[in-house]
Ligand binder design. Structure first.
Ligand SMILES: *[C@@H]1O[C@H](CO)[C@@H](O)[C@H](O)[C@H]1NC(C)=O
Ligand SMILES: *[C@@H]1O[C@H](CO)[C@@H](O)[C@H](O)[C@H]1NC(C)=O
Length: 417
């Protein structure tokens, strides 16, 4: 991990980096205050005021909140921005729906952090799309279940397999029924994994008409973030002994201790936390980063992180590995977890992939593996964009993302009608 912050072209990057250092302090110090504010979330059944009120309506857009129940009983919060700020944005009566799916350790707020002119959700609404924002189980506004409380470890018994199996289908079904139309999809990070794994199994392609995948993660064996690599190794080994089946709450005591121990590894520089985790982002706004830090990182299931860590370790994309042949046989009828075969993604399914040269999670070599697997895809159905100076967070928070990426996504969707 090199320390070349002083060479950063943007002065606000330094500020952004120092806020991340403060954040790291918050992570590694035992933190009473967070503990108490969090137990409130557990106590009340009704969610706190949602994303519409805090991040959309304040900018002059209409916004509706919905609850969606999954087949395994989780209650997810879903937002809709039905039209552009001035009421129009073109697109006529039947505006094409677009579903936005965030990544791991964050929620739907991820799409609403910059000004309306810079945020993908609002840009899509202003361009005539009917925008839907999903929030996966366990995140701030989706910590609900028909009979499990988040304080119950069973609430956290899931990995991204279950997001593929339950969350995504429930949300697409809901949007499909409400709008009567197939939707476009935008995923970032784990949101790309959810889509690719679904498409590989022939799921969702009847409701999703195209997908834009930002910072695609399907293969993670070249992940260059040192913290990520060490964390991944530890996760695979330590799940049962340290965390068990539980909530991974990034601002809680146990996780702080865990991170502190990781950062003590020789050669691991946790001083520059943002870079340590995501790569050298080129284009972040310090005010946006502050808003981001107020909301994130958010909880996920430890089992989910273990599953992601298995992907790093194994270099193949498969279902959750229960750790020994007997347990796997019990769950899958096979000694090894079944593989998601991305070659089975329908070759005529419209895909837009955008990846960055500085992204430490979605490494260019892993994207190359993905692109190699997609080499039989119809040439005119696969749009690939490489942005040399972008890292992981630039795709959702970058002040230049509109010009470099979002305008291209809008054009890609509009071309499909
Ligand atoms: C967790 O879920 C799996 C199925 O996905 C089930 O086999 C297992 O018994 C569950 N564990 C607990 C503790 O509920
Ligand atoms: C950064 O964010 C602030 C607050 O939203 C805004 O006033 C400023 O114009 C933004 N800077 C850039 C370069 O977009």
């Amino acid at each position: 991990m090199n320390k070349q912050r002083e060479m950063a072209p943007n002065s606000f990057l330094n500020l952004a980096v120092s806020s991340f250092c403060l954040q790291l302090l918050a992570l590694v110090l035992p933190y009473q205050a967070f503990g108490s504010s969090r137990s409130q979330i557990n106590e009340f059944n009704a969610p706190p005021p949602g994303l519409c009120a805090s991040a959309v309506i304040i900018h002059g857009y209409k916004c509706q909140e919905f609850d969606v129940k999954t087949d395994d009983g989780y209650i997810l919060s879903l937002q809709r921005i039905p039209e552009g700020r001035t009421g129009g944005g073109g697109g006529g009566l039947n505006k094409p729906p677009v579903l936005l799916q965030h990544g791991v350790l964050v929620d739907g707020m991820t799409w609403l952090l910059n000004s309306p002119e810079q945020s993908l959700a609002m840009i899509l609404a202003d361009n005539g799309f009917d925008v839907w924002i999903s929030n996966t189980r366990g995140t701030k506004f989706s910590r609900r279940h028909v009979n499990l409380d988040p304080s119950n470890p069973k609430y956290w018994n899931w990995s991204w397999d279950d997001l593929v199996l339950y969350d995504l289908p429930s949300v697409t079904e809901f949007v499909f029924r409400r709008t009567g139309q197939k939707m476009h999809y935008v995923g970032h990070s784990m949101g790309t994994l959810m889509a690719l794994a679904s498409f590989a199994e022939g799921k969702q392609v009847d409701k999703i008409r195209s997908a834009a995948l930002l910072s695609p993660v399907a293969y993670l064996s070249h992940m260059t973030t040192a913290l990520g690599v060490v964390a991944a190794r530890s996760f695979v080994g330590e799940i049962s002994t340290v965390f068990g089946l539980a909530e991974f709450y990034p601002k809680g005591k146990e996780v702080s201790k865990f991170l502190k121990s990781l950062c003590a590894f020789p050669g691991l520089d946790c001083y520059d936390m943002l870079t340590a985790l995501t790569g050298k982002n080129c284009c972040l706004n310090v005010s946006t980063v502050e808003i981001f830090l107020k909301n994130e990182p958010q909880s996920t299931a430890t089992k989910n992180l273990v599953h992601l860590a298995q992907t790093v370790r194994d270099g193949i994309l498969s279902k959750y590995d229960y750790g020994n042949a007997n347990f796997n046989v019990e769950h899958y009828g096979e000694a090894k977890p079944p593989v998601y075969d991305l070659r089975k993604i329908p070759h005529d399914f419209p895909l837009f992939l955008s990846y960055g040269g500085q992204d430490a999670l979605s490494d260019t070599r892993d994207v190359a593996t993905l692109l190699d697997i997609l080499k039989l895809h119809d040439v005119d159905k696969l749009h690939v964009q490489f942005i040399k100076n972008f890292a992981h967070a630039d795709f959702i928070m970058g002040v230049t993302a509109k010009d470099t990426v979002y305008n291209q996504i809008v054009a890609f969707f509009k071309n499909l009608g």
